[in-house]
Design a protein around this ligand. Structure first.
Ligand SMILES: Nc1ncnc2c1ncn2[C@@H]1O[C@H](COP(=O)(O)OP(=O)(O)OP(=O)(O)O)[C@@H](O)[C@H]1O
Length: 769
């Protein structure tokens, strides 16, 4: 290798090397660390066995001995000090063979470095021979021009080869020879996605940067600037910072980086962020920003990477301040914390507080006011309303006052009667005349007094108090940045508190969420809470979790407004299957039949949050919907289905299966019933149980608990209990409340039905079959 010149050495890893290294013996791993350290300090590699093989496609490649049974292929881009470790192989001959088949290319159009695995003529001949036996064929990619395919990332000389694929299976095999990015788009094309749909995805991927996949973030700019005036080095570094390159390569910033990559299990998302995800993560925003996307599009992954990136910026500045990464429930915060430990170094983690908002709230409020946060204050409301002289008001249920307090009074920061009389009561069902409003305000004032006497605050009021403290005497306790996951579940008081937890500056607040999974929150205007996101709102469209079939079914159930009864739900599952992918087109054509009315926190954005705009990376079986005559018959159907999966899928394990039900009573019923079968155990996932993969057994969880989790196989039984009849009875005569219940219920079903990676079964007990 030529002697290094004035630029610092940059070491880059092709991501497959990490997987190869993970499989190697500890001895080899240690030798590899040593080699990387040596390469960093002395890139001349003096004293190492470096070989320059003949017959190379790429002149910049060398084979270096790591141990007697392991060789690394490394590549140096001419006139730069950038060394890329491309491959590990067992022996001399294997490494040579590998080198003869690979080349590193740089694509100026997309600013991307790629490792291309040139198909050997023998491979191609075999593929074509296999396909020829299938008989005559048509060009499967006919709707796409050559330029389209090149734009997807297909190398120009590969276009005609792809077009000659004699059958879809052969074409699918061929895509594996393509660069990763192209593979994804060509797969979509072969699966029948339309040109405009793929073009939309491509455009999204490119949108936020001046050229394809490029993010000129502060840190990548610093990385480029470290090359000084050396233009070749600058160009090569620029290529490395592009999104496209980062799909396949990682730049090691220090030795610790490598060890961390090695020590954690290799979850794909840790390294392969989709270009849209990466540009959202790396973006530099002049104020609050948010990302939305359907279930499984990687919003949590993006929120975690964003928190890490902000922590890195604090580290670079030498700041001792922290990023708050928060979410609605304690379970989710725990799950996120476990993943953050895999993603971040200890130093980065020290700059991130992962905590659900309630857990932060209670001690903060108690420390500063000596008041406790009380989650149920129904008795105080009873007492306050019973003192009202207006009978029409004192007769209103406690539930009415709680909603009025949270959704009208606190959400609008109302502090006196005049303000209350003037505030619009949008979204509230009950109409109040002026005298009634005055009486309601009186009840609210009495309620405040009672909280004071009991030295306790309800949760939204405690948030209100905490926000005031942070804007006043406790300003030093603010965070440097706030990142929110599951943002759809936060109410106005929570958003006002989040606003006060961080000063207004660039990148201050980042929110990830999906309205269709809203289970707890109410309609909120982010703008009114001081969090304007207009112009800084992004949507993720690639679904990494569920199959296209499951996604279509879950979306149909969630949005078809008739899916409120067991018949409606079962019919929606069947319709989705019958209409197939046309469902999304259908939805766009007939908006009246769809229900997007739960606009939640995202209502002040110009961007319509809708279904049908995403694509799933995988296909599979259509979900089944079965009606059973009795609970026992349902149980037999479910266990037969589970048994079949366990026997037919060699990878299936009981712990990869979850039965997701409406409430805790059903959880207990299913755990008992499943445990009564000797073939497998069942494990209840409740608020106290973490989703521990080490414990064997089928999981049983409520829909609320299953949020954020994923499994290979999911059963959603007892949908005749959605919504629970007791809750429907409570809404009789109140159409606003009933509609809200139905919408919330469909969101719950959407959450449950989008948990499986592979297959979904939905069942109901319907006495008449
Ligand atoms: N770029 C990626 N490459 C591969 N897998 C990914 C990528 N991004 C996310 N995933 C995987 O997709 C799955 C869903 O990710 P995640 O939980 O972040 O999605 P989400 O949008 O938050 O879902 P939900 O809204 O249902 O909670 C996870 O298994 C995650 O590891």
């Amino acid at each position: 290798m030529p002697q290094a010149d004035e630029n610092p050495v940059t070491i880059v890893l092709f991501l497959d090397v990490i997987a190869e290294l993970n499989k190697s013996q500890k001895r080899t791993q240690k030798a590899f660390y040593e080699f990387v350290r040596k390469l960093r300090t002395d890139p001349s590699l003096l004293g190492l066995h470096v070989e320059l093989p003949t017959g190379m496609k790429d002149k910049g490649m060398r084979s270096v001995r790591i141990t007697r049974s392991c060789r690394a292929v490394i590549f140096r881009k001419d006139r730069t000090n950038i060394y890329t470790i491309l491959h590990l192989d067992e022996g001399h001959d294997d490494a040579y063979d590998w080198i003869s088949r690979h080349q590193v290319t740089t694509d100026m159009l997309t600013n991307t470095v790629r490792l291309e695995d040139a198909p050997s003529s023998a491979q191609l001949a075999q593929l074509l021979a296999d396909g020829a036996s299938v008989g005559a064929h048509t060009d499967l990619l006919a709707p796409f021009s050559d330029d389209d395919l090149i734009e997807f990332g297909v190398p120009a000389n590969g276009v005609s080869v792809l077009r000659r694929a004699p059958s879809k299976p052969v074409a699918k095999i061929m895509t594996h020879l393509l660069p990763e990015q192209a593979q994804m788009y060509v797969d979509f094309a072969l699966d029948g996605y339309k040109k405009e749909e793929i073009a939309g995805l491509l455009a999204d991927d490119r949108k936020q940067s001046p050229s394809y996949g490029f993010t000129q973030t502060e840190s990548s700019q610093q990385f480029i600037d470290a090359a000084g005036d050396n233009q070749a080095e600058r160009d090569a570094r620029t290529m490395l910072t592009s999104n496209g390159t980062q799909q396949q390569f990682v730049v090691l910033t220090d030795d610790e980086d490598l060890e961390r990559l090695m020590n954690a299990p290799l979850a794909q998302w840790r390294v392969f962020l989709h270009p849209t995800q990466r540009s959202v993560v790396d973006g530099n925003y002049s104020g609050p920003a948010r990302v939305t996307g359907g279930a499984g599009t990687g919003k949590t992954v993006v929120a975690m990477h964003r928190a890490r990136r902000l922590a890195q910026s604090l580290l670079q500045q030498g700041s001792d301040r922290k990023v708050l990464l928060t979410t609605f429930t304690a379970n989710l915060a725990n799950d996120i914390l476990s993943n953050m430990k895999l993603l971040c170094s200890e130093k980065e983690l020290a700059h991130i507080g992962v905590i659900n908002l309630d857990k932060w709230l209670y001690p903060f409020v108690y420390r500063n006011t000596k008041f406790r946060v009380q989650y149920n204050t129904d008795d105080l409301w009873e007492e306050a309303k019973s003192a009202s002289s207006d009978e029409s008001v004192s007769k209103l249920p406690v539930d009415f006052f709680i909603r009025e307090w949270e959704q009208v009074i606190l959400a609008n920061n109302v502090t006196c009667l005049d303000e209350y009389l003037a505030v619009p009561r949008r979204g509230r069902g009950e109409r109040l005349v002026k005298a009634q409003r005055e009486a309601v305000w009186e009840v609210a004032e009495r309620y405040l007094q009672l909280m004071d006497e009991h030295k306790e605050y309800d949760q939204p009021y405690a948030m209100h108090v905490a926000a005031k403290l942070l804007d006043g005497p406790q300003a030093t306790q603010k965070f440097a940045f706030v990142v929110v996951d599951e943002g759809q579940d936060f109410g106005a008081s929570a958003y006002r508190l989040l606003r006060s937890m961080v000063d207004r500056h660039a990148n201050d607040i980042f929110i990830a969420g999906d309205n269709h999974q809203q289970l707890y929150g109410n309609r909120v205007s982010l703008k009114q809470c001081g969090i304007p996101i207009a112009g800084r709102s992004f949507r993720l469209k690639v679904n990494y979790r569920t199959t296209n079939e499951i996604k279509t079914v879950a979306e149909t159930v969630c949005r078809v407004s008739g899916a409120n009864t067991v018949d409606g739900i079962m019919q929606a599952v069947k319709d989705a299957k019958n209409n197939g992918r046309q469902v999304s087109d259908f939805s766009r054509k007939k908006p009246d039949e769809l229900d997007y009315s739960l606009t939640g926190v995202f209502d002040d954005s110009a961007q319509e949050e809708s279904f049908g705009d995403g694509v799933s990376l995988t296909h599979g079986e259509w979900p089944e919907a079965l009606r059973c005559k009795s609970w026992n018959a349902q149980f037999r159907c479910v266990t037969d289905w589970i048994d079949k999966r366990l026997s037919q899928d060699s990878m299936a394990k009981p712990e990869g299966i979850c039965v997701i039900v409406r409430d805790n009573q059903h959880v207990d019923d299913w755990v008992d019933a499943l445990n009564s079968k000797s073939t497998y155990k069942a494990l209840k996932l409740d608020n106290k149980t973490k989703e521990v993969t080490s414990k064997s057994g089928i999981r049983v969880a409520t829909m609320h608990r299953a949020k954020g989790l994923e499994f290979d196989y999911v059963v959603v039984p007892d949908v005749d209990q959605c919504p629970p009849p007791s809750q429907v009875r409570k809404c009789v005569g109140d159409s606003v409340k009933l509609n809200q219940l139905y919408r919330q219920e469909r969101n719950l079903l959407y959450v449950a039905m989008t948990r499986p990676r592979k297959e979904l079964l939905v069942t109901a007990v319907v006495a008449n079959g």
